[in-house]
Design a protein around this ligand. Structure first.
Ligand SMILES: C[S@@+](CC[C@H](N)C(=O)[O-])C[C@H]1O[C@@H](n2cnc3c(N)ncnc32)[C@H](O)[C@@H]1O
Length: 281
């Protein structure tokens, strides 16, 4: 499949239903007036990756962004991580995402949380980033590379748009020692647009793109740290969101099967996670 055909499949996969209406209804059902929602109240549903908010907070701790820095979130989805980096760290964040429905929902959620002056959305491809060279202080990506076959190009693009000395932060699903994985999973219904690589291969490709590793963690050790992180995803009571709505809202009607397969793939050593921060040489 060509990169263009893959990108159409990915965008269809994530953008197949009326997302913002679904989120709005779920928030109202949980007693939250959408236009007054806070970043914290949305956190159970808008960090679309393993360990949710805890994953974002751990990556942010490792990168340590500072106020005013320009951050690019590649494959940033509906923008939960971007809003967190803007509201807690004072960064100016650009979300680049392939899926128009996610970009539109992200803009609405950003308006509701009064962060439109610091978070913006660009609908486009991570393989052809519509930005100039040396544009950003931090390039950040969580759980998007599993939909991208040409990871060398992804990492070279990240390098190109980063300023010299800038940081590249990634948190991704990777291949475990036992293949193949069971489908459907949250990022793909079938293998046609799922491209997991083992952690060592990911790290080698990032290095080959011109980065030096500052931190790197994978597998059960990383998972255990995230599981026990003090800033774990808020409980439904903390977030004001009832137990029903959450990130499963973004996965469609078969969310339960996708979540169950994710757990099974992890348990059977078919998938793992990796997190790293790299300096642009
Ligand atoms: C599982 S979601 C993760 C969203 C977000 N990073 C987060 O952690 O909340 C994967 C996202 O990657 C985006 N994506 C996948 N392939 C992409 C590509 N080639 N270029 C840009 N975005 C891409 C999808 O549209 C989707 O929004």
């Amino acid at each position: 499949m060509s990169d263009d055909a893959t990108e159409r499949s990915v965008s269809d996969h994530y953008g197949a239903w009326t997302l913002i209406e679904t989120i709005e209804k779920a928030l109202r059902g949980a007693g939250i007036e959408p236009a007054h929602a806070t970043v914290e109240q949305l956190a159970a549903l808008d960090h679309f990756h393993s360990f949710g908010l805890a994953g974002t907070l751990e990556l942010a701790r490792r990168v340590a962004p500072t106020p005013g820095q320009r951050v690019l979130d590649v494959g940033g989805g509906i923008g939960g991580p971007a809003r967190l980096l803007a509201s807690r760290y004072g960064c100016a964040v650009t979300v680049l995402d392939l899926t128009p429905a996610f970009c539109q929902a992200g803009e609405t959620l950003t308006g509701w949380t009064h962060l439109s002056d610091r978070v913006s959305f660009v609908c486009g491809s991570a393989l052809d980033m519509p930005f100039s060279d040396s544009d950003f202080d931090v390039v950040w990506t969580q759980h998007a590379a599993m939909n991208i076959s040409d990871k060398s190009r992804l990492y070279r693009e990240a390098h190109r748009v980063l300023k010299p000395g800038g940081r590249f932060a990634l948190f991704d699903v990777m291949a475990g020692p036992n293949q193949p994985i069971h489908f459907p999973v949250p990022w793909a219904n079938d293998p046609a647009y799922s491209f997991l690589l083992p952690p060592d291969e990911v790290r080698a490709l990032v290095s080959a793109a011109g980065f030096t590793a500052l931190s790197w963690a994978t597998g059960p050790e990383l998972a255990a740290g995230l599981q026990s992180a003090p800033a774990a995803p808020p409980s439904p009571a903390d977030s004001g969101i009832s137990p029903g709505p959450g990130v499963a809202l973004l996965m469609g009607a078969d969310a339960d099967v996708k979540i169950a397969n994710t757990m099974r793939n992890t348990k059977e050593g078919r998938m793992t996670i990796g997190m790293g921060v790299f300096a642009r040489v």
